[in-house]
Design a protein around this ligand. Structure first.
Ligand SMILES: Cc1cc2nc3c(=O)[nH]c(=O)nc-3n(C[C@H](O)[C@H](O)[C@H](O)COP(=O)(O)OP(=O)(O)OC[C@H]3O[C@@H](n4cnc5c(N)ncnc54)[C@H](O)[C@@H]3O)c2cc1C
Length: 401
């Protein structure tokens, strides 16, 4: 039988990159992932390996020292990495979104300054929209920037920064009053600031505190933090794109490619759950035969594999659409929605196949069971995806009568 989740029409270069990444995942990530996750330990050795492979610069243009690869190549690499350990894909995902936003929207000086070091993985990115009182409703952001000479003074509290501690560059979305009088629509009065800082926790630069890691049920190893700005001074040339009021659109552009990546993560985690389930089902015997020979378990495996294939196909379609230069919000929303829901279901079925052992920390499925729910929330919940999909459908199928 062919492996699940094959992708037709890849170039030789894409196939070579993917086979290198798959090899790295099998040898360097899978054997250590569960132990590191249980200790909530940052996978420094794995991150160093990813740097050597050039993965932090995969989509950064060659002129800035990256590999200049497509979103599809990137997403397929993320799928492989998430198959090994979802947290590792989280380490590169926010970095990728920030690099993408710089590439698409940065001034020439900002690209020259950040992208070469980001391609090497020396500067690592985090992105910050959410606040304690909001995640889905970005228009309710209350953090503020006020102009003071050649600088802006930022105040407010941000929440849920993936890589908040380990990053040295954070793209932060805040409200900016300058040039945007009272009454301006919220999404037209937001600005993305490129905030440079030292990696670590505590007061990492004057006016900027990263309090510590949030203790999470899963998705451990990668740090998720708050960020507190108290009179943080940022030079005007660190407004992304050099123009205030464009932050909302820039962030939404970043999140759109981020959604393809969350879909890819869902595909990777589901594939691993299937691998674990199909393997266990052939080893565990009940009533005189391997449980894989009971039709109820075979049906489960059939459903799981079908979901893995469907999610992969939708994710690939969404990535290819973006790579062709077309708008892909509908496809990315559908892929993210379907892949994260299917991932949760496939993981649960693999957990059930493991019987009581699925509940033991000795079995990898226990970790996947705690990781899958994060995909239902990150880069927009299922309800938010359905709102995006629904709006686009009504545009496409406008009633003509
Ligand atoms: C581990 C982790 C890492 C994260 N990393 C980042 C990061 O790096 N950067 C960042 O900016 N954010 C990050 N987030 C935040 C994440 O994007 C938000 O949690 C997410 O957008 C949901 O927002 P919320 O938690 O405020 O939920 P809410 O927006 O409060 O939603 C609560 C519930 O209400 C539903 N809901 C909300 N509005 C509607 C509506 N109009 N119609 C129907 N239902 C609705 C939601 O679907 C959800 O079920 C992270 C979150 C987690 C858990």
């Amino acid at each position: 039988m062919a492996r699940l989740a094959q992708t037709a029409g890849l170039t030789d270069v894409q196939q070579e990159i993917l086979s290198t990444v798959r090899d790295f995942v099998d040898k360097e990530i899978i054997p250590v992932a569960t132990e590191l996750e249980h200790r909530d330990e940052y996978p420094q050795q794995i991150v160093d390996g990813l740097k050597e492979l050039g993965l932090f610069g995969l989509m950064i243009p060659e002129e800035y020292g990256g590999l200049g690869e497509s979103l599809l190549t990137y997403a397929l690499c993320v799928e492989e990495i998430a198959r090994g350990w979802m947290s590792v894909s989280g380490i590169i995902n926010t970095h990728f979104i920030v690099a993408y936003m710089l590439k698409q929207h940065g001034t020439q000086e900002q690209k020259d300054h950040f992208l070469p070091r980001m391609a090497l993985g020396e500067t690592r990115g985090a992105f910050s929209m959410s606040e304690p009182a909001l995640g889905s409703d970005v228009s309710a952001i209350s953090s503020k920037a006020v102009k003071d000479g050649d600088e802006y003074v930022l105040n407010g509290q941000k929440m849920w920064l993936t890589n908040g501690g380990s990053s040295s560059l954070v793209a932060v979305l805040v409200k900016s009053d300058e040039g945007h009088p009272e009454g301006t629509a919220p999404h037209k009065s937001m600005t993305t600031f490129l905030v440079e800082k030292e990696p670590g926790f505590g007061e990492v630069c004057p006016g900027l505190t990263i309090p510590g890691k949030i203790d999470k049920m899963g998705y451990k190893g990668v740090d998720t933090t708050e960020l507190i700005m108290d009179g943080l001074r940022i030079p005007a040339n660190r407004v992304l794109g050099g123009e205030t009021g464009r932050g909302f659109y820039q962030m939404m552009d970043g999140v759109e490619v981020g959604r393809v990546n969350v879909a890819a993560r869902g595909c990777g985690v589901a594939q691993r759950a299937f691998e674990l389930g199909v393997s266990y089902a052939q080893q565990r015997h009940t009533f005189g035969k391997p449980i894989a020979q009971h039709q109820a378990i075979q049906f489960k495996l059939a459903e799981m594999a079908t979901k893995v294939e469907a999610a992969h196909a939708m994710m690939v379609n969404a990535a290819r659409k973006k790579d062709s230069g077309e708008r892909n919000d509908l496809e990315a929303g559908m892929a993210k929605y379907l892949a994260s829901e299917y991932c949760k279901e496939v993981v649960e079925d693999a957990f059930r196949i493991h019987g009581g052992y699925g509940f033991s920390k000795e079995y990898e499925i226990e970790r996947l069971y705690r990781e899958a729910p994060m995909l239902l929330i990150g880069e927009g919940t299922a309800e938010i995806q359905k709102m995006i999909i629904g709006r686009r459908l009504l545009e496409e199928y406008r009633f003509q009568g």
